[in-house]
Design a protein around this ligand. Structure first.
Ligand SMILES: Cc1cc2nc3c(=O)[nH]c(=O)nc-3n(C[C@H](O)[C@H](O)[C@H](O)COP(=O)(O)O)c2cc1C
Length: 190
């Protein structure tokens, strides 16, 4: 491959005491260890998005640049009221054209045993309307508050299964990024 695949890992919430940020950093760390991959970490706290929508005044140029450069996205969302956080929706809504026919993997996090599965499923509906192509290998962080130590390092009892789960999600995402990247370059859009 001539250039590294740029994968934007997007954290899903701005909540001050957020636990899922540790899962997002872990997903980024696993990605950085993969060959020919560049990880761009996206924290919704770092963007200025006044108002709603994707008009020029409703965008943050920093996020526009990241979405233009990204070959793929990996969103790590907590589940809030059986869906995903409003701040994640606001960030995602601010762009459209830069997403079209690019793949997205989704990981869920929750403080219970389901791992945010309803947040993941709710997000699939929205990303499809944005032109993103959702992969079917999800990753889950159940009881996310117990999965990492105080330094953010994953605990040994959950490391193997989580690493396998996240790596599987990357494998499919990378395959999709290469396939869709070829398609965007070589096949005119209808
Ligand atoms: C507004 C709000 C709504 C929530 N709703 C759910 C829910 O529907 N299902 C669930 O399993 N956990 C729910 N949680 C708990 C989260 O799973 C928990 O906070 C977990 O640590 C991940 O979110 P965090 O990154 O904000 O910490 C909710 C948390 C908040 C703040």
């Amino acid at each position: 491959m001539d250039k590294k695949l740029a994968i934007a890992v997007i954290a899903g919430t701005t909540r001050v005491q957020r636990e899922s940020i540790k899962a997002a950093h872990y997903v980024a760390e696993v990605g950085r260890a993969l060959p020919d991959v560049e990880i761009i970490f996206v924290d919704p706290k770092d963007f200025n998005l006044p108002g709603d929508g994707n008009d020029p005044e409703g965008k943050d140029p920093k996020y526009t640049d990241i979405t233009a450069r990204a070959d793929a996205f990996f969103i790590v969302t907590p589940e809030y009221n059986h869906s995903f956080p409003g701040s994640l929706k606001r960030l995602l809504d601010s762009e459209l054209e830069n997403y079209i026919h690019k793949p997205v993997a989704i990981a869920g996090a929750s403080n219970g045993s389901w791992g945010g599965v309803r947040g993941v499923e709710a997000l699939v509906t929205s990303v499809r309307e944005m032109g993103l192509v959702a992969t079917f290998t999800s990753a889950y962080f159940p009881r996310v508050q117990d999965m990492f130590d105080e330094t953010g390092k994953i605990k040994p009892d959950v490391e193997e299964r989580t690493h396998k789960n996240v790596t599987g999600a990357y494998n499919e995402l990378i395959w999709m990024a290469k396939t869709l990247g070829w398609g965007r370059q070589n096949l005119p859009r209808e």
